[in-house]
Design a protein around this ligand. Structure first.
Ligand code: MG
Length: 368
């Protein structure tokens, strides 16, 4: 694949509703949209999931732009890439900066799949034609509001309900949901809001038969999680702590979790996401694909990786219309009864809409 040029766009899109987690509230979303154009005129697309603030992880839109412009793009433009797996290797000596790496690598994967005339899902080795999806519900003003959202999600057919928790919005909230819905697939995500001091409180969640509790402890921890997992019957799922297949190997060895949330951006791209998937499959660890409030292009990448056979649990990839008045792809991502039909067109399978992208671009720059 010979690159003609790379365009970075700083996008800003307004969320339909604010989204609140233990990390804070998001009202709109800034992100970098990457377009890599080949010498033959094919465009590969991806989004960076880095946000405007370093709250979920260290990376931000600004740090991503810096790392891409000053380090990663020059490496990518140096010489042609035969297969997108080479991109991870080419970036390997640059430490961290997973989301920045992933955005460029993802656009190369889309470009590669389009050149091969196959869907991104197939190019990755995906086997599913349909994927099950769940929904992630933020922290609400009241439990009543949350119950309305749960009801609405169930009516729409979402395959599992995830609720964000934090101290003061946890055991009682889950108890209330369970009183109304004793047997729905339910899980909780703490986004690192607890420490081992809260072990007794977290153990109280065991009575609700949750599918899992996601990242209860520190964003960079796998040691304390191992101690917590010994105490809990509820499986722990790691999100923030996992950046590589190496991290997963250590977490499995320590017994830090029983489930892994794979986010492409958090692990440096699709190639490493695949390696994590393979490792988890070999150890009977179920995986699922987490969400980062992506716009359509990022959503399409999540759909593609979820077609790998080890993604046995419903992911966070809800419909475009849950987050956006208007998405930047055609058609939008739609969910029917909790199921997304995987597109079979070449690449990501959805067409980026240049007019709508232009309207939402704050700034862009071309690199050749
Ligand atoms: Mg999470």
């Amino acid at each position: 694949m010979e690159i003609k040029h790379i365009i970075l766009r700083h996008m800003k899109m307004e969320l339909l509703q604010p989204f609140t987690t233990s990390l804070g509230t998001e009202y709109d979303k800034d992100f970098i949209l990457v377009e890599i154009k080949s010498k033959e005129g094919i465009s590969g697309w991806a989004e960076s999931v880095a946000a405007i603030d370093p709250l979920y992880k260290e990376e931000t839109v600004k740090t991503n732009w810096h790392i891409m412009e000053d380090f990663l793009i020059p490496l990518l433009l140096q010489k042609p890439v035969q297969h997108p797996d080479e991109v991870y290797e080419r970036f390997r000596h640059i430490r961290g900066n997973y989301m920045a790496k992933s955005a460029l690598e993802g656009a190369m994967w889309d470009l590669y799949a389009k050149q091969q005339g196959m869907s991104l899902a197939k190019a990755l080795g995906g086997t599913k034609e349909k994927i099950d999806v769940g929904i992630s519900l933020g922290i609400q003003e009241s439990v009543k509001d949350l119950l309305h959202l749960v009801e609405d999600a169930l009516v729409k057919g979402y395959k599992r309900i995830k609720v964000k928790i934090q101290p003061g919005w946890d055991v009682e909230v889950i108890r209330e949901i369970r009183q109304h819905y004793p047997s729905i697939p339910l899980m909780a995500d703490a986004n690192s809001a607890y420490s081992l001091k809260d072990i007794d409180r977290l153990a109280q969640l065991d009575e609700f038969s949750l599918m899992m509790i996601e990242q209860p402890l520190s964003h960079d921890d796998i040691i304390d999680h191992a101690e917590l997992q010994k105490r809990l019957t509820t499986p722990i799922c790691l999100d923030e702590s996992i950046h590589s297949a190496e991290d997963v190997r250590k977490a499995i060895q320590l017994g830090s979790c029983k489930v892994i949330n794979i986010k492409i951006g958090r692990v440096g791209g699709l190639s490493e996401a695949k390696r994590i998937h393979d490792l988890c499959q070999a150890h009977d660890i179920p995986v699922w694909c987490g969400g980062m409030l992506e716009a359509g292009v990022g959503r399409a990448h999540n759909i593609a990786i979820t077609t790998l056979p080890g993604f046995v649990l419903p992911g966070d990839t809800a419909a475009s219309s849950r987050y956006w008045k208007e998405d930047i792809i055609d058609p939008e991502v739609t969910v029917e009864n909790g199921v997304i039909t995987v597109p079979d067109k070449p690449g990501i399978g959805y067409e980026p809409n240049r007019e709508r992208i232009e309207e939402r671009t704050l700034y862009s720059k071309l690199y050749a």
